[in-house]
Write a protein that binds this ligand. Sequence first.
Ligand code: NAD
Ligand code: TYD
Length: 356
Amino acid sequence: MFYKKNILITGGAGFIGSHVVRIFVNKYPEYRIINLDKLTYAGNLANLKDIENAPNYVFVKADICDFEDMLRIFNEYQIDNVIHLAAESHVDRSIKDPFSFAKTNVMGTLNLLEAARQSWLTPHLAPRTSHLFYHISTDEVYGELDFDDTLFTEDTAYDPHSPYSASKAASDHFVRAYHDTYGLPTVISNCSNNYGSYQFPEKLIPLFINNIRHNKTLPVYGKGENVRDWLYVEDHARAIDLIFHEGKTGDTYNIGGFNEWKNIDLIKVMIKTVDRLLGREEGESEKLITYVTDRAGHDLRYAIDSTKLKNELGWEPSLQFEEGIEKTVRWYLENQDWLDNVTSGDYQKYYEKMYG
Ligand code: NAD
Ligand code: TYD
């Protein structure tokens, strides 16, 4: 079978990656999707059960930190496009173990860039205009905002504070360097906090939904006043599809929901929704809120200006937050098996260590 493109999606067994893989496999039967994932604690093939037998889908278990293996995979699957999501992604883990973040997020990205350069820019090969290295990044590289009405734009200077955001910032710089130095066709997007199905329950929203259900305490960092800008994960995946096809090479796009929430207000919405869906008295679970020591270097506020993406490519978030959070809470309540499966074993030890 001849495929129009051979697209390597890294981190496709993770939260956002699995939504991106699903869209591409279903929407583009003319593309072959090669999902490369190491299957760390955050990667789970159960996230892709519905498409695992699709004829245009291949799963490859591999580590982006292994350069020789990346070269082999580029060669074996004739990779001509990359959508790179594989990363260590949790800020709290980065505070405990910064080295693994530098290794995967910086060195792993560099390995992929170099494999792409060696495969695509070799002089004896005819130049192809259809190559693209699309790097998925975060708004956290821009640092933090005050409690005012400023927003991160594509021109905001990088100012990362956590080992996670520092490692993502470094990887973004390498992507730009490969574009400017070697002419590698690249594009970057920086997105705000995502929520939705298949997110590993160490992140705020799935962790708290699960804890509310099981009457476990809700560890709110500091005073719960930090602000995040939340985007439904399927809207992010749609933006990635659009930027992949229509984004300008060498450019950067911000993706966000224009949907800012103070943590404590968001937590109260989750409590209300879970209590209602479980037939409990309204607000009954507010007693589970427990204020704990703040996260070190905790960024005050993130908020993204995605006007450029709207004006240039016509993207807008499709879901109102109220609808998105309702769908998300329902999904976690209806998929307890998935949660039990991913929270068994090693995760249990991590949870004990983090929260006692
Ligand atoms: P995730 O932690 O759920 O998934 C990461 C995936 O990468 C997992 O499947 C994991 O197995 C895989 N992986 C990790 N190390 C690997 C390695 N060395 N080799 C191969 N695979 C490896 O993360 P996510 O939340 O889905 O985030 C995906 C990407 O989007 C990341 O690059 C992240 O920085 C970025 N991002 C995330 C958010 C968010 O809110 N979650 C927001 C903006 C940007
Ligand atoms: P998180 O989901 O880890 O995303 P990020 O730190 O990348 O924004 O956290 C979202 C917000 O919720 C952040 O301000 C930290 C806060 N938080 C808590 O208060 N308690 C928790 O147990 C967690 C995991 C997060």
